[in-house]
Design a protein. Structure first.
Length: 202
């Protein structure tokens, strides 16, 4: 049995699986659909310091992470059993997914450093703010034109599923740290951090 066979109505189709009635051969899953996925991502950060006095400075760090995702899937009306359906009632399948995600992080700290003789002291205090927004949309349809020229979801005569999703979260933190060492042999450190998040249960 070959990969393709001839059908009196559908023309050249993928041959059915001899081990499973009603299933196409495995190559239909590989070469039957027309599908594409595209992801774009932009991320980066900027850091700046401002010196207020000797050993005392402010540091600010701002970063972003943006991602855009798109996926399109099309199964023509004739060549596969799934695209043909029961007696041709499916007549092609298609779906489209679109999503966007944007995250930013902003950190601001006040830093102090001082060394004398064998003593070394440093202190840090500051805040961080992080926020993410995400949205997603999905649409699926069937009954596409027989010529197969337009393969995007707008060509479907029947929309079978559609939904949108959206989420957002926020994180605000306060932090502090004090460090002391003597002659690089003895070290004492104290840390503090408090977080407030929209993800945490009230």
């Amino acid at each position: 049995m070959g990969i393709y066979s001839e059908h009196p109505v559908r023309g050249t189709i993928f041959s059915t699986n001899p081990l499973k009635a009603g299933w196409d051969n495995p190559l239909a899953a590989m070469f039957g659909p027309t599908q594409a996925t595209k992801d774009n991502r932009i991320f980066g950060n900027v850091v700046g310091d401002i010196t207020l006095a000797k050993g005392l400075f402010v540091r600010s760090n701002f970063g972003i992470d943006y991602m855009n995702h798109a996926n399109d899937y099309y199964l023509d009306p004739y060549r596969t059993t799934e695209g043909w359906g029961n007696e041709g009632n499916t007549h092609g399948l298609g779906n489209a997914t679109r999503s966007n995600s944007f995250t930013y992080l902003w950190e601001n700290t006040l830093n102090y450093e001082k060394s004398w003789d064998k003593h070394n002291f440093s202190a840090l205090g500051g805040t961080t703010v992080q926020k993410n927004t995400w949205n997603n949309s999905y649409m699926a349809g069937r009954d596409f034109p027989a010529d197969g020229i337009v393969k995007t979801i707008n060509a479907a005569n029947e929309i079978t599923d559609a939904y949108t999703q959206q989420s957002e979260w926020f994180l605000n933190s306060y932090l502090g740290r004090v460090m002391y060492n003597f002659d690089s042999k003895y070290l004492v450190t104290a840390n503090f951090r408090a977080d407030g998040s929209s993800k945490l249960a009230k």
